[in-house]
Each structure stands twice: as structure tokens, then as C-alpha cells.
Design a protein around this ligand. Structure first.
Ligand SMILES: Cc1cc2nc3c(=O)[nH]c(=O)nc-3n(C[C@H](O)[C@H](O)[C@H](O)COP(=O)(O)O)c2cc1C
Length: 66
């Protein structure tokens, strides 16, 4: 996922809104990219969204930046 103006992109939100019933109760990992933050703020912004849709955001791997 890219970071656009400190948040996640609209196409990803649309996908979550469309597919959340079949993705419910599954773990979610994030791979982000962007400018200086590498998409970190977009990932933090979308975690409560996936939690509200009954998905489980997993923790970053130990060697992940940030
Ligand atoms: C409108 C816009 C806003 C962006 N805002 C951010 C940002 O806030 N933080 C960041 O790290 N990168 C930001 N970027 C860079 C993107 O995350 C991404 O690296 C870049 O757009 C290239 O990928 P793309 O072709 O998939 O969009 C922004 C890019 C665009 C076009």
C-alpha cells in the first residue's frame, strides 16, 4: 500500500469495504511504501479500520523498520 497525504489510499479502502465479509476473522499483514515514512502512517491509519471490519492486524516482524 502507498501512503497518500499521511493516510492509506482510496482503492484499498474500497477493496476493504467490498470484501470485508469474506475477509472477516482473518489475520492481516501490511506491506507499505512511500516517501520518508515508507508508508508507516498509512499502516497506522488503517489498523482501526480492519479491526472494525473484524480482521486482525498482525504485529510487525521483528526486523521491520519502525
Ligand atoms: C498525492 C500524493 C500524496 C502522497 N503523500 C505521501 C505521504 O504522505 N507520505 C509518503 O510517505 N509518501 C507519499 N506519497 C508517495 C506515495 O506513497 C508513493 O510512493 C508514490 O506515489 C509512488 O507510488 P504510486 O505510483 O503507487 O502512487 C504521495 C504521493 C502522492 C501522489
Amino acid at each position: 500500500m502507498p501512503e497518500y497525504n499521511h493516510s492509506y489510499n482510496a482503492a484499498l479502502k474500497n477493496a476493504l469495504d467490498y470484501l470485508n465479509r469474506e475477509w472477516a476473522y482473518k489475520p492481516v499483514g501490511f506491506v507499505s511504501y512511500g516517501g520518508v515514512s515508507g508508508g508507516l502512517r498509512a499502516v497506522q491509519a488503517i489498523k482501526p479500520v480492519v479491526a472494525a471490519l473484524r480482521m486482525t492486524p498482525r504485529a510487525e516482524p521483528p526486523d521491520a523498520p519502525g
